[in-house]
Design a protein around this ligand. Structure first.
Ligand code: BES
Ligand code: MN
Ligand code: ZN
Length: 493
C-alpha cells in the first residue's frame, strides 16, 4: 500500500472513493459539508432518510454522486462529537478500511483524518491511519503452498492534511514503523523449524546489509570464551547452534552513548527437562518475539534515519530436553561471575538474558531495554492489554509508559522492590532461577536486575501482548510501536 498526503478540495478529488466523517447528531464534518454543498444537499438528504446515523463504526457507501468527482463517497460514522477520542478514531479508520477493501476502488482518500481527536496532535491521526490500515492488510501465508487469492484492488491511499506541516514526516515514519511491525510479525509467525537461531541471524545480517549497520554474530565457541555459562546451559539440549546477534546503528554523533535493545530469542521453548504440558505448546514458537521486536526496532530507526545510536543484542537458542540438557538442580556460572541454581529449566529466558545484559555493559549504554516473553505470570497479571514494565530508573520508565500510550501499545509499571529479592534465594548458589508462585513476573524481573546494576535499565515482559491465541492466533508485532516511539522521542530530544 502506498500512502500520500492530499490537500485538494474534497469535491474536486479524482479518486476511487472519498471517505468523510459524519457525527451521531447528524452534524457533518467540514469535508462532508463541502461534499453536501457540491452535491446539492445529497449527503444531508441521506442522513434525513435514516440510512446513516453517524454511529461509531458504521459506514455507508454512495456511488456516483452528482457534483462530486470521486467515483464513490463513503460516509463514516464518528459517533458523538464530544466523545471523539482515540478509540473512536481508530474505529472509524477500521470501518472505512473494511467498507473499502472489497470494492473495486484502486485508490481512496480519507478526509476524516482531519477531524480533531481529543488530546492529540494532527500528526497522530495520520500516523494511526497508516498503522491501522496496514494491520488490516496483514496476512501470513508464507507457509501455504497456494496462498489464498486476494480481492483487494486498493493500492493507494491518500490522507488529508492541510499543506505545509509535519504531515510528510509523520507519514514516512508511520510507514517505516508499519513495515517493521510486519517484519516482527513474520518472524514470530514462522514455525520453529524455519525460524531457528541461525535464521534469526541471517535476517539480522540482511537488515545490516540493507541499512549499512555494523553486525556480528557470536558463535557457541565465543560464548564459551566469554564465560556465558547461563546462556550455554539453555542450549545444551538442542541440536540447533545458538547465536548471539549484535547489530549497531550509528545515526547520532560518535561520542553519543547508544540505546541498547536486548531481545529474548528462544526460537522454541519446550520447557526443557521441566517439560511444558502439551496443550498449546506450538505457541512457544513465539518465544523469540522479543528478539523480533528489537530487530524490527533497529530496522525502523535506520529506515527513519533517526539521529541516535542504537545497538540490538539478541541471545538466541532453543530450549529442548535431551541427554545433554541442563537438569533441575544444576548450577551454572553466568558471565557476570554470579552462580545460578537452575531449579526449573523452563525459566530459561532469564538465563539467556542475564548473559546478554552483562555483555551489554561493553557498549557503555545510555540505557538498556530488554524485551522478553518472559512469564506466564505476567499474562495472569495484565492479560493481553498491557506489557509489564520494570525499571531501575523512573525517568526511563515514564518515557516508556508515555511512548506506549502514544503508540497505542501500552505498558504498565510493576514494582522491583527489594522485598521480592528474598524469593530468589538458593541454598547452594548465589541465586535460584525461580522465585515460586507469588508475583512470578516480578521475581523474573528481580532476577534480571541482579545483572543490570551498572546502567539505566528497563524490562518489558511481553508474554501476554506479543501474540494472540485461539482463532486469531498470530503475532501482534508488539512492542515495536512502543519501542519506535521511544526512539523517535529520544532522537528529537
Ligand atoms: N516463554 C515462557 C513464558 C510464556 C508463557 C510466554 C506464556 C508466553 C506465554 C517462559 O520461558 C516460561 O516458561 N516461564 C515460566 C517460568 C516459571 C517456570 C518460573 C512460566 O511462566 O511458567
Ligand atoms: Mn520457558
Ligand atoms: Zn520461554
Amino acid at each position: 500500500m502506498e500512502f500520500s498526503i492530499k490537500s485538494a478540495l474534497p469535491e474536486k478529488l479524482k479518486t476511487g472513493c472519498i471517505a468523510v466523517g459524519v457525527f451521531e447528531s447528524g452534524k457533518l464534518s467540514d469535508a462532508a459539508k463541502m461534499l453536501d454543498v457540491a452535491s446539492n444537499g445529497h449527503v444531508s438528504e441521506i442522513l434525513k432518510g435514516g440510512d446513516m446515523e453517524g454511529r461509531k463504526g458504521s459506514a455507508l457507501m454512495l456511488h456516483r454522486v452528482a457534483g462530486i468527482t470521486a467515483q464513490r463517497v463513503l460516509l463514516v460514522g464518528l459517533g458523538k462529537e464530544n466523545e471523539f477520542d482515540e478509540k473512536a478514531y481508530v474505529g472509524a479508520v477500521e470501518a472505512a478500511f473494511n467498507a473499502l477493501k472489497d470494492t473495486g476502488a484502486k485508490d481512496a482518500a480519507f478526509y476524516f483524518t482531519a477531524v480533531p481527536v481529543k488530546g492529540k496532535e494532527f500528526e497522530w491521526n495520520l500516523h494511526h491511519a497508516v498503522l491501522v490500515v496496514m494491520e488490516g492488510l496483514y496476512r501470513f501465508d508464507a507457509m501455504k503452498s497456494k496462498p489464498e487469492e486476494r480481492r483487494e484492488a486498493l493500492k493507494k491511499l491518500f490522507l488529508y492534511a492541510p499543506e505545509g506541516n509535519g504531515a510528510e514526516i509523520a507519514l514516512k515514519q508511520a510507514a517505516a514503523i508499519a513495515e517493521s511491525v510486519e517484519f516482527a510479525k513474520d518472524l514470530g509467525n514462522l514455525p520453529g523449524n524455519v525460524c531457528t537461531p541461525s535464521y534469526l541471524a541471517e535476517k539480522a545480517l540482511e537488515i545490516a546489509k540493507t541499512y549499512k549497520l555494523e553486525s556480528r554474530i557470536l558463535e557457541q565457541k565465543e560464548m564459551k570464551a566469554l564465560g556465558m555459562g547461563a546462556l550455554l546451559s539453555v542450549t545444551r539440549g538442542s541440536h540447533e547452534p545458538p547465536k548471539m546477534i549484535l547489530l549497531e546503528y550509528h545515526g547520532g554523533p560518535k561520542n553519543k552513548k547508544p540505546i541498547v535493545l536486548v531481545g529474548k530469542g528462544i526460537t522454541f521453548d519446550s520447557g526443557g527437562i521441566s517439560l511444558k504440558p502439551g496443550a498449546d505448546m506450538d505457541e512457544m514458537k513465539y518465544d523469540m518475539s522479543g528478539a523480533g521486536s528489537v530487530l524490527a526496532a533497529i530496522r525502523a530507526a535506520a529506515e527513519m534515519k533517526l539521529r541516535l545510536n542504537v545497538v540490538a543484542i539478541v541471545p538466541s537458542c532453543e530450549n529442548m530436553p535431551g541427554g545433554a540438557a541442563t537438569k533441575p538442580g544444576d548450577i551454572v556460572t553466568s558471565m557476570s561471575g554470579q552462580t545460578v541454581e537452575v531449579l526449573n529449566t523452563d525459566a530459561e529466558g532469564r538465563l539467556i538474558l542475564c548473559d546478554a545484559l552483562t555483555y551489554a555493559e561493553k557498549y557503555e549504554p545510555e540505557a538498556v531495554i530488554d524485551v522478553a516473553t518472559l512469564t506466564g505470570a505476567c499474562v495472569v497479571a495484565l492479560g493481553h492489554v498491557a506489557s509489564g514494565l520494570y525499571s531501575n530508573d523512573e525517568q526511563l520508565a515514564s518515557e516508556l509508559l508515555e511512548a506506549g500510550k502514544d503508540s497505542r501499545d501500552r505498558a504498565w509499571q510493576l514494582p522491583l522492590w527489594e522485598d521480592y529479592q528474598e524469593q530468589l534465594k538458593s541454598n547452594f548458589a548465589d541465586m535460584a532461577n525461580i522465585g515460586g508462585r507469588p508475583a512470578g513476573s516480578v521475581t523474573a524481573a528481580c532476577f534480571l536486575s541482579k545483572f543490570t546494576g551498572n546502567y539505566r535499565w528497563a524490562h518489558l515482559d511481553v508474554a501476554g501482548t506479543a501474540h494472540r491465541s485461539g482463532k486469531h492466533k498470530g503475532s501482534t508485532g508488539r512492542p515495536v510501536p512502543l519501542l519506535c516511539r521511544f526512539l523517535i522521542e529520544r532522537s528529537n530530544a
